[in-house]
Design a protein around this ligand. Structure first.
Ligand code: HQG
Length: 178
């Protein structure tokens, strides 16, 4: 029911609306990031079938519809101030952050910051981190010593779609992967 091009278009638009600019189509998110599906459908001028298709087939599982089918939200990546109410979890010993050269000097000086988003985003493996880094330019990979961070009291969260989230990564926990 939805071709590739339309799927991509709807997915990008949903990310923009549900993470950054709900006001751009005149909707609001509740304090946990949820919005009403029926209102969203009418504002986006898409059908529920199209929406369901995009949510189910999204490669990164970026969106989730509530069990009662009434609400939708993005699983991570927000810049709007909402609280996903994620449970704190123990991270693996090592996580990865894909970024690009032009940010490296600043990151090694100041550590990883949330920048415009609500969390620092970390990847569970190198291929995923490579993809994330490629969005910004030629990718480089930073190894994050999440095991030590956790022992020292830093909190970690795992989004519904498998992205590791934390509030900051001081540079002493970072190593450039060669
Ligand atoms: C960099 C995608 C200078 C950071 C991905 C990154 C992810 C610094 C950029 C999700 C810095 C922010 C998030 C510092 C961090 N100085 N630069 N102190 N600290 N940076 O897009 O992690 O496809 O906000 O390295 O898969 O790239 O949209 O974050 O390069 O999960 O679902 O500042 O977005 O998901 O960029 O990506 P972003 P990100 P989706």
């Amino acid at each position: 029911i939805v071709d590739n091009q339309k799927e991509k278009y709807i997915s990008k638009k949903l990310s923009y609306i549900l993470r950054h600019r709900p006001d751009s189509i005149g909707i609001t998110l509740d304090e946990e990031g949820w919005t009403n599906v029926e209102i969203l459908l009418s504002k986006m001028e898409i059908t529920r079938e199209e929406l369901n298709y995009v949510v189910v087939n999204n490669s990164k599982k970026r969106f989730v519809i509530s069990d009662d089918n009434l609400k939708i939200r993005a699983n991570q990546g927000h810049s709007v101030k909402i609280d996903l109410k994620l449970k704190e979890v123990k991270p693996p010993e090592e996580l990865f952050h894909g970024t690009t050269n032009k940010f490296l000097e600043s990151i090694m000086r100041k550590g990883l910051s949330k920048m415009n988003r609500n969390h620092v985003h970390l990847s569970v493996d190198i291929p995923t981190a490579m993809q994330v880094g490629s969005r910004h330019g030629k990718p480089i990979i930073l190894l994050v010593n999440s095991g030590s961070m956790y022992k020292q009291g830093y909190k970690f969260y795992l989004s519904e779609n498998g992205v590791w989230l934390t509030n900051e990564v001081p540079s002493k926990f970072l190593t450039l992967k060669d």
